[in-house]
Design a protein around this ligand. Structure first.
Ligand SMILES: O=P(O)(O)OC[C@H]1O[C@](O)(COP(=O)(O)O)[C@@H](O)[C@@H]1O
Ligand SMILES: [Mn+2]
Length: 638
């Protein structure tokens, strides 16, 4: 909301306020990607500020607290309720507990003072729970050298304990520290799919996080697209949910699956290729496994039929190679792919009409329409997707850096590939802008009708010109039905080999209107394999797949990476695989293993050097102009 100033003194004090902010150190940005529904791990990373909290504790308390006490303090900040409970149980008597409370208040206030030193008082105030603003500020801005006041501060703390507020004060202060350790969060896509709780992630962010942005990932598109009425996005989403034993999530969003279940169990029998994957490695109960297996088959067949229809409707998608239902032999024992015949394993084509393979049966049609309407109508899903839409984009230019999930589609030479749709040609930045426009319009007006918009939204998931997918074709059919793993291979866009080259990074930054001397590109999407570096193009491109997806740990070996950008430069943070929240708390394992400084600037970056700084400077200019106008008027009147 715009502030209204009535007197010139008000304008002057605002100018003073804004000018002072320009000189504060730039706030810490954290970059996270590919969370894939792993709420507990993501929440852990938020709680520990991507390793930042631990570092601050060490800077502040080394020499005063032992390594073990520092660790305990860190875990109290991450998991205040649980650690409080543990601590209280271990205290021998009331007096020891009271002493612990006072010591802890002092440590937490010191941490809060340290983490908030970059911010204005008003910003810090907003991060404190209303009930505790007054008390916290009294302690936070206390002058500990003032002996006379020392007794007063002690009295405040003692009263907190006496009045039974100690626990809530500690919890609230820990949450404030969590909030302030990282100033702004960038989520570089793929919040959804594979893991169990993307819904908790969005809830958590909505409730507890202030400043953030999303760059949508290909998996997020399936969910946004489904809420926009795309049956193809929805079929993929349900198939993946069944594949990862995750249909419960849809029920949590209020989507009724009983008709689909009944239909699937009536028409399909469990097959090996459709065995669901367990997120935790634990055995999936037989009943669930059978349900997931049959639903996966039923919806996969509907997906392949819908795909065939969309591909035929849109020749510019150039996806005819993905139409494989009509390449099955009459006995369905072989399939022809790129002119070569392969045996079919675990075929389940009983509802595919050989004469019209892409035609849905009446029952399939009815199920799809009913489900799609449910996805459009589900209030919580709409609410979550609207949050991602309102705070998200296809790419983001932020403080001179370019953030995007997948790639910029290019040819072997690194030239931006162009794509013509409805007579208009797009490449590079304009391609991203085009997709964003279509997605926004589609989301604003959900529709059950298969139209160009919903086809393009689905294309974002799987098309070769999609910056979010970045591969030539998705081999889902082959992965289910063909044993020869060569057919499973998905060819990546040349972007992925070129991004090692500095000149290429420079070209991309220029394409998006950024300065190649100072800008960086931050990508998610591709897990960084053990032994490979996530830092490319002479430190201009960082790939920070968070590696949180548990089923992918065998590919990444380590958990993954996150990135921090503070007033001193960039730091890459390596994460060890996270097991469970319970285990993290019990063993006090921090997950962050190493931090590597990538870039360290000689001069500390201030708010004045950032995008926010630029807009503050503009405001100062406008206010100064108004002030001059007022002064002139007054002089004339005199
Ligand atoms: O391992 P899964 O879950 O079957 O998924 C494989 C599919 O996922 C994709 O890699 C897309 O997901 P990502 O964005 O996580 O890479 C497809 O290219 C591939 O066909
Ligand atoms: Mn992805």
């Amino acid at each position: 909301m715009e502030k209204i100033f009535t007197t010139s003194n008000e304008i002057k004090s605002e100018i003073i306020n804004l000018s002072a902010i320009l000189n504060l150190p730039k706030g810490t940005e954290a970059f996270v990607s590919d969370i894939h529904g792993e709420y507990d791990e993501f929440a852990h990373i938020l709680r520990n500020g991507s390793g930042n909290t631990r570092q601050k504790i060490s800077e502040l308390f080394t020499g005063r607290l032992t390594a073990d006490s520092q660790k305990k303090l860190a875990f109290l900040i991450y998991y205040p309720s649980e650690i409080l409970k543990q601590t209280k149980e271990s205290m021998p008597d009331e007096a020891s507990l009271s002493q612990w409370y006072i010591d802890t208040f002092n440590e937490l206030i010191e941490m809060l003072r340290y983490t908030s030193s970059k911010y204005t008082r008003s910003k810090v105030r907003k991060a404190i729970k209303d009930d505790f603003v007054y008390i916290t500020e009294e302690l936070l801005y206390a002058d500990s050298n003032d002996n006379a006041k020392y007794k007063y501060y002690y009295e405040v703390m003692d009263s907190i304990v006496r009045l039974g507020m100690a626990d809530s004060f500690i919890i609230s202060t820990c949450h404030t520290i969590q909030r302030l350790v990282v100033d702004h969060l960038h989520i570089i896509g793929d919040v959804y799919d594979r893991g169990p709780h993307p819904d908790y992630i969005i809830d958590h962010l909505m409730k507890r996080w202030g400043s953030l942005d999303f760059q949508w990932g290909n998996h997020d598109i399936l969910w946004i697209g489904s809420a926009a009425g795309s049956k193809l996005c929805m079929a993929n989403l349900i198939r993946i949910s069944a594949r990862y034993n995750n249909l419960r999530l849809l029920t949590n969003y209020g989507i009724g699956l009983s008709d689909l279940r009944e239909f699937a169990e009536k028409n399909y029998k469990p097959l090996d290729s459709f065995k669901p994957k367990s997120d935790t490695g634990a055995k999936i109960p037989d009943d669930d496994a059978c349900y997931d297996n049959c639903v996966q088959q039923a919806i996969a067949i509907m997906q392949f039929k819908l795909e065939g229809q969309a591909i035929q409707r849109n020749p510019e998608f150039q996806m005819s190679g993905r139409m494989l239902l009509d390449k099955l032999s009459p006995d369905r024992k072989t399939v022809e792919i790129d002119g070569k015949k392969y045996p079919v394993i675990d075929g389940c084509f009983q509802l595919v009409d050989p004469d019209d393979p892409y035609k849905l049966t009446d029952e399939e049609e009815k199920i799809l329409i009913d489900l799609s309407q449910q996805f459009i109508d589900a209030p919580k899903l709409r609410y979550h997707m609207a949050y991602m839409m309102n705070n998200g984009s296809m790419y983001l230019k932020y403080n001179g850096n370019l953030l995007l999930h997948g790639c910029v589609p290019v040819d072997e030479e690194g030239k931006m590939l162009s794509w013509t749709v409805d007579g208009k040609t797009y490449a590079g930045k304009s391609l991203f802008d085009f997709f964003e426009k279509v997605l926004k319009e589609g989301f604003q007006k959900p529709s059950l009708v298969d139209c160009k918009k919903s086809d393009i939204i689905w294309y974002l998931w799987t098309g070769k010109m999609s910056p979010l997918f970045g591969k030539l074709a998705m081999t889902t059919f082959e992965r289910y039905f063909v044993e020869d793993t060569q057919t499973h291979h998905e060819v990546k866009n040349p972007y992925y080999s070129l991004r090692k080259e500095e000149w290429f990074a420079d070209e991309l930054l220029k394409e998006f209107g950024l300065d190649p001397e100072n800008g960086h590109i931050i990508n998610g999407h591709t897990p960084v394999k053990l032994g490979h570096s996530p830092i490319m193009a002479n430190r201009k491109i960082f790939v920070i797949d968070g590696g949180m997806s548990k089923p992918y740990h065998k590919t990444t070996g380590i958990g993954g990476y996150t990135l921090l950008s503070n007033s001193y430069g960039f730091q890459l943070v390596t994460h060890e695989p996270f097991t469970t929240r319970k285990k993290a708390i019990a063993d006090m394992t921090d997950v962050v293993s190493t931090k590597r400084v990538i870039e360290q600037s000689v001069k500390r970056t201030t708010v004045g050097d950032t995008d926010i700084g630029a807009s503050l400077k503009k405001q100062i200019e406008q206010l100064t102009a108004r002030l001059e106008a007022i002064d002139k008027n007054q002089t004339i009147r005199v």
